[in-house]
Design a protein around this ligand. Structure first.
Ligand code: FAD
Ligand code: FES
Ligand code: FES
Length: 464
């Protein structure tokens, strides 16, 4: 039995836990405001808010693509659709969408209203930039983005007047952004009588589900599933013993926004903005990105260069540690055995003289997977000579690659001449194939150019 609150109504259902929320909302709850379009997380028409109870008793609301979200993942949560936003009157977000003519056919509009409401509820800073980032997964085909941006900008101006002393939800109720029934939600969620998870031995591990529910939604409807988002013990980001330790259920967006992560790796806040879109990053996990073993997985590429290690826990509870560069065995093959769980990703903290950069080339800036991506971690000694170099490359082989033989650059000055030699070495190491994202020749050239881009980003002239 799955229990959650849909808008202000309690839902108890024995529907399969793998049924996607979009289908439940439209076909079982008969709420048609949430739209179905791509069903692959690409358009944002199905965006809803998912509120999860936090240990301190508050609720954290995230905008999510409901087409890739199994209902088992919202057990114990508050789900908000467009029907749950307004009563007699439009909310502030909806009114601003109308006033700025930010809707024509309206198919995308519920998703946009929910993404902006999620931004108002959750964003640490209510800046216009963050409002636009919150909309990066919402595609509109007929209004034109200028009027949508104008509505977002007007929202930010109104939110600047919020009572900062009041809890955010209270201030947003007073400003007409969310309805009054949100106030009682922490208490109502606390009272939900949830069943303990007892997954079968061979249950499919579901993290965010953003990969699984694109690949095989029908099969998952029939399967036993184990929802990792319920494992509070896997939800942490902390510094310990020279590592940034990230639990196996942490989402990409949680890591992106983590103050602890920003302290050591400030660039990740921007680099992970290039991963999918807000409505997916709010569910997609770092571990899911690693385990799906895509040769162009952005997190895998970043973590390879940073020298990450995985803690893997077997079914019998035995733990082992595997460096990420030894994790991939071949196309979509990893060292994981049946029942193995990635419980932690440990990233060595930067040492003095260490610099890092990530580059991604894709057809669109956001919401697109890479043609080729690469990350570099360069360590310079006190004399400015190279003492360490790790470079990863995606899209140029069957697995996310760590380029070998980089020791030959140790002792060299990191300058334009080195960038040129590095570009040549990277081209030689790459073994891409022709595919929909480009020819093998193009991808080789691209990887070479990315070496120059790394040097340029780190203010080492890449122009030989
Ligand atoms: C529209 C769209 C855009 C995307 N854009 C990008 C992009 O820009 N960059 C990118 O890299 N990827 C992208 N992806 C791919 C995908 O979202 C990511 O790879 C994501 O990080 C997967 O994480 P998840 O938690 O959703 O994994 P899930 O789908 O839940 O799981 C993926 C696999 O990992 C296994 N698994 C998950 N967690 C664990 C664990 N802790 N231990 C053992 N096994 C585990 C699951 O059993 C499953 O086999 C995109 C996907 C979509 C649909
Ligand atoms: S229907 Fe397009 S993102 Fe869900
Ligand atoms: S208003 Fe038609 S798709 Fe956005």
């Amino acid at each position: 039995m799955v229990r959650f609150i849909l808008n202000d109504r309690l839902v108890q259902t024995s529907a399969p836990k793998g049924l996607v929320l979009l289908e439940f909302i439209r076909d079982v709850a008969c709420l048609s405001g949430t739209k179905e379009a791509c069903r692959e997380g690409e358009c944002g028409a199905c965006t809803v808010l998912v509120g999860t109870r936090q240990p301190q008793g508050t609720i954290s609301y995230k905008a999510c693509a409901s087409c890739l979200l199994p209902i088992g993942n919202v057990d114990g949560c508050h789900v908000v659709t467009v029907e749950g936003l307004s009563g007699e009157q439009l909310t502030l977000v909806q009114r601003l969408i109308v006033e700025h003519s930010a809707s024509q056919c309206g198919f995308c509009t519920p998703g946009i209203a929910l993404s902006l409401t999620g931004f108002a509820l959750e964003s640490p800073s209510l800046s216009y930039e963050n409002a636009l980032n919150a909309l990066d997964g919402n595609i509109c085909r007929c209004t034109g983005y200028v009027s949508i941006r104008n509505a977002a900008n007007a929202l930010c101006q109104q939110l600047a007047r919020l009572d900062k002393a009041a809890p955010r939800t209270e201030a947003l109720i007073a400003a007409g952004v969310v309805p009054e029934y949100f106030r009682a939600m922490p208490e109502r969620l606390a009272k939900l009588d949830l069943e303990p998870e007892t997954p079968a031995k061979d249950a499919v591990l579901v993290a965010g589900g953003t990969d699984l529910f694109v690949q095989k939604p029908e099969k998952l409807l029939e399967s036993d599933l184990c929802f990792l988002s319920k494992r509070e013990d896997l939800n942490y980001i902390r510094e310990d013993g020279g590592f940034l330790r990230v639990g196996g259920a942490v989402t990409i967006e949680e890591l992106r926004r983590s103050e602890t992560a920003k302290k050591f790796f400030p660039a990740l806040e921007w680099d992970f903005l290039l991963h999918s879109s807000a409505i997916l990053r709010n569910r997609a996990t770092l571990a899911g990105n690693i385990v799906n073993a895509s040769p162009i997985g952005d997190a895998s590429i970043i973590l390879l260069a940073l020298g990450a290690r995985l803690q893997i826990t077997a079914e019998d509870g035995k733990k082992r540690e595997v460096p990420l560069d030894a994790f991939y065995l071949g196309y979509k093959k990893t060292v994981l055995s049946c029942g193995d769980l990635v419980t932690e990703i440990a990233i060595p903290l930067p040492k003095p003289g260490m610099r890092y950069n990530f580059e991604k080339v894709s057809n669109r800036k956001t919401l697109d997977i890479a043609a080729v991506n690469s990350a570099l971690r360069l360590t310079l000694d006190k004399g400015g000579k190279v003492s360490g170099l790790r470079i990863s490359a995606g899209g140029v082989g069957p697995v996310p690659l760590l380029l070998q033989g980089m020791e030959k650059f140790h002792g060299r000055k990191a300058d334009a001449a080195m960038a040129k030699d590095l570009a040549k070495a990277a081209c030689e190491a790459a073994k891409p194939i022709d595919d929909i994202r480009g020819s093998a020749e193009y991808k080789k050239l691209l990887l070479g150019q990315l070496m120059l881009a790394h040097f340029k980003a780190l203010s080492i002239s890449g122009d030989p």
